[in-house]
Design a protein around this ligand. Structure first.
Ligand SMILES: [Mg+2]
Length: 302
């Protein structure tokens, strides 16, 4: 948080909420206000704020509709949105997160919580911008890109070799993505890539686990200090969490599946990360041959 003057857009129809949020946030940030969804979207497109706080229940356009519009526009898609609302059932929370909200705060809100969650989101924004500056991030999914992955794999492989510990890698491909794109269009294909990327991030819990977009509809995950058994468990979770995704499409939902090639090794003394990766990639082909939507360990895996 380098003293930059962050702009936060609050979209809420109730004056009281606006006043409270303004009081909490304006000492640190530039707070902009809109009292309805349509106007809020217009402001978001013009100003491109760093963060949006969005009420759900509003008279003309609900927060759910607002976020769908924001996520559907190239200009506003990447602005993180925190829902602020009186709805506190987990169903609403789930819906909000499915629609791409970064976080969720329920009313009546506590000042410290609002401050902390806003700060967290702005730190994520800052982190992504830092990666962008050095050309290491994939702009569509906000995941590290191939260039970043190559470095990460080299580092982790080197470390596993020195420490003689197992390292696992997954190469993941979205099943029949080309058919999907032809059927629903590339814009919807991009939405799928974003949802799948987010699902990977949500499934991976340990700080050292690393996911990147490798290119097209392919992703890679590095699991340091992870043996085959552990990697199989995580791969299955990755696969089933994607299978459970409900991706908004018009008034309904779409679903997709992934195939996963897995490799796990304690790096041999004379060995290269490229071979390690290529064995996982071969296993991915075997997963496709086996009918897709499966995890296939490499023959070389421990
Ligand atoms: Mg309201």
């Amino acid at each position: 948080m380098s003293g930059e003057n962050y702009k936060i857009l609050v979209i809420d129809d109730e004056k009281h909420n606006i006043d409270v949020l303004n009081e909490i946030l304006s000492p640190m940030y530039e707070v902009l206000i809109s009292k309805d969804g349509l106007h809020g979207i217009k402001m978001a497109k013009e100003i491109v704020p760093d963060l949006i706080l969005l009420d759900i229940i509003m008279p003309d356009m609900s927060g759910f509709e607002v976020i769908q519009t924001l996520k559907g526009s190239d200009v506003t898609r990447r602005i993180p949105v925190i829902f602020i609302t009186g709805l506190d059932s987990y169903k609403d929370e789930e819906k909000g997160l499915l629609l791409g909200a970064a976080d969720y705060i329920t009313k009546p809100f506590r000042n410290a919580i609002v401050k902390a969650r806003v700060k967290t989101q702005l730190q994520v924004v800052e982190y992504i911008r830092a990666l962008e500056r050095i050309g290491m991030v994939d702009a569509l999914t906000d995941l590290p890109n191939r260039r970043s992955f190559d470095k990460q794999l080299e580092n982790e492989w080197g470390r596993a070799k020195r420490e003689k510990t197992p390292i696992s890698i997954m190469v993941i491909d979205i099943d029949k993505f080309k058919v999907f794109n032809d059927t629903y269009g590339h814009a919807q294909g991009d939405v799928v890539l974003q949802y799948v990327a987010k699902s990977f991030k949500n499934t991976l819990k340990r700080p050292a686990d690393y996911v990147a977009r490798w290119g097209g509809e392919e992703f890679v995950i590095i699991l340091p200090h992870t043996d085959l058994e552990g990697a199989l468990t995580i791969s299955e979770l990755i696969r089933t969490d994607v299978e459970k995704l409900k991706i908004p499409y018009n008034d309904s939902f779409l679903s997709v599946t992934v195939s996963i090639g897995l490799n796990c090794e304690v790096p041999p003394r004379y060995s290269y990360p490229a071979e390690f990766l290529s064995k996982a990639d071969k296993a991915l082909y075997a997963a496709k041959e086996a009918g897709r939507n499966v995890v296939m360990p490499s023959a070389a895996a421990l």
